[in-house]
Design a protein around this ligand. Structure first.
Ligand SMILES: C[S@@+](CC[C@H](N)C(=O)[O-])C[C@H]1O[C@@H](n2cnc3c(N)ncnc32)[C@H](O)[C@@H]1O
Length: 293
């Protein structure tokens, strides 16, 4: 059952209870909001454990209430793993820390340069900067002209979502390891790894820069696992060559961030590959491209 139907209950306006689905917490560069509907049917239903190796904003993990008995979120960027740990174990302290953090350019700029002293302060400021910046990049204040999104988004909605994610994380383990150690540690026959590594071109955050990401090391590591992997990547010659021995399908979608910009970049399409070490083509074409199979 998908999250849209989940029944997390949180306080809404006027103290009334309302349902907030745990679909996501933050936008993250390379977040798979638009790809998850293609990925979801390709996840086998007989898996014993579900691992997000490059967790980021964990859009696929949060797409369902539960994928497997054991679920693990991993990311090498400790700002993310601290964020999810604090949401999991200290949601009330985080809410207290954030209670006066409403949308403000001055606060945004202060938090960019003063990351905070305690773990909870750091997480609160990180969450503030990511959620109120342009495209979730944590760089520039997310000014909006026409809607109430960006920097002016509702603080109450943000907190409600944090509580929904707190419930969703109840049994999810959180790890902060390099992908190779992580995969080796959790690999077994019934294991499933969703891998969404940095793209082979630029774009990323300073902490886990895409520039030095070793794509060959990832391929070599995945090639020898006992479990199954599903991998999403930019559609490039390099990726096609690295994974030529595996099944792959192509997906074309609107480029999330660019599409929110005006001018030439609006409505630009972005091509991605979905790759696996088990059969996916038939399910994919059956579901999405009946005529082009
Ligand atoms: C494309 S993003 C993942 C986006 C995520 N699927 C989502 O929906 O938001 C890639 C992530 O890989 C992480 N990363 C980069 N190098 C890593 C490494 N060596 N091991 C584990 N994670 C790494 C980055 O911190 C980043 O969050």
């Amino acid at each position: 059952m998908q999250n849209q139907e989940n029944s997390n209950k949180n306080r809404g306006n006027n103290g009334r209870k309302r349902k907030v689905p745990a679909t996501h917490l933050i936008n993250w560069v390379g977040g798979k909001r638009l790809l998850r509907k293609y990925l979801e049917p390709l996840v086998p239903d007989d898996i014993i454990s579900y691992m997000e190796v490059f967790g980021g904003g964990a859009w696929l993990l949060f797409y369902k209430d539960k994928w497997a008995d054991l679920e693990v979120y991993n990311d090498f960027d400790s700002r993310l793993t601290n964020l999810f740990r604090v949401i999991k174990y200290h949601p009330n302290e985080l809410r207290r820390e954030m209670r006066f953090m409403l949308g403000s350019r001055e606060l945004f700029e202060q938090f960019l340069y003063q990351e905070g002293l305690t773990d909870i302060q750091k997480v609160a400021r990180f969450m503030y900067v990511i959620t109120r910046s342009f495209g979730g990049r944590g760089e520039t204040f997310g000014t909006v002209k026409k809607s109430c999104g960006g920097a002016s988004k509702s603080h109450k909605n943000l907190m409600d979502r944090a509580y929904a994610i707190h419930n969703r994380l109840d049994k999810v383990l959180i790890e902060n390891r390099d992908f190779e150690k992580f995969i080796k540690q959790y690999d077994h026959e019934g294991a499933f790894f969703y891998c969404d590594p940095p793209y082979t071109f630029g774009a990323g955050y300073a902490v886990t820069s895409t520039k030095d990401f070793d794509h060959e090391r990832l391929r070599d590591c995945l090639k020898n696992i006992q479990g199954r992997f599903l991998l999403s990547y930019d559609d490039s010659g390099k990726v096609r060559e690295l994974y030529k021995d595996f099944e792959m399908v192509e997906v074309e979608r609107l480029n999330g961030i660019n599409n929110r910009q005006a001018g030439e970049r609006k409505n630009k399409m972005f091509k991605e590959l979905i790759i696996a070490n088990y059969p996916i083509r038939e399910t994919f074409y059956e579901r999405f491209h009946r005529n082009s199979a």
